[in-house]
Write a protein of this length. Structure first.
Length: 192
């Protein structure tokens, strides 16, 4: 017997997900909440329950064992959890359902992303301009632009691959350098 489909797994967890605040029609990683813009959202306002369930088969999430297979975890929907590849890679190999769920609760795509960003900021030698970078990252317009770019990259690869953080920071690096140049030329104009 093979693994159950993602829609079967979703169907088992529906009520749990509802309590957690995850929208059935807007699929995301059950741990970190990562999503793919609205690419996998149910766009049909009157979608049937069956259509909403089936839709989860299309989402680039992985079927992850809660109790690890090596500890005799089964392939039943009750022991499977849909997560993004990053969360699947990092998830604990455990005998404990409780430990697994505690771990998933602590995942936050945006926070993890920011931590990674800070690491790369150091790589690009921007640690003394973190405040400035935070302002850029906190700027809604720029954040939207970043999300758009992420969406594009993820959409190009149905497996849920993501733009690397270093790519992201090198883009910020370019943005900052551009701003620096503007400042210099503006100062030049003011002097003239
Ligand atoms: Zn995730």
């Amino acid at each position: 017997m093979g693994m159950p489909s993602k829609s079967k797994i979703f169907e088992y967890w529906m009520n749990w997900l509802d309590k957690k605040g995850i929208d059935w029609g807007e699929p995301c990683c059950w741990a970190c909440g990562r999503f793919w813009e609205d690419k996998y959202d149910i766009k049909k306002p009157r979608a049937t329950r069956e259509e909403i369930i089936k839709n989860w088969d299309n989402v680039p999430l992985q079927r992850c064992h809660i109790v690890a297979k090596q500890f005799d975890g089964t392939d039943e929907p009750s022991n499977l959890f849909l997560m993004c590849r990053d969360c699947h890679d990092k998830a604990p190999n455990t005998r404990s359902v409780e430990a697994f769920l505690i771990w998933t609760e602590k995942q936050n795509w945006y926070e993890n992303f920011r931590d990674e960003v800070m690491k790369e900021i150091k790589n690009f030698g921007f640690e003394d301009r973190v405040e400035e970078l935070n302002e850029i990252i906190a700027n809604k317009e720029i954040k939207d632009k970043i999300s758009e770019n992420l969406g594009v990259h993820m959409n190009q690869n149905g497996k849920g691959a993501q733009i690397t953080i270093s790519t992201y920071i090198s883009a910020l690096y370019g943005y900052l350098k551009e701003q620096d140049k503007l400042k210099v030329s503006q100062e030049g104009n003011n002097l003239a």
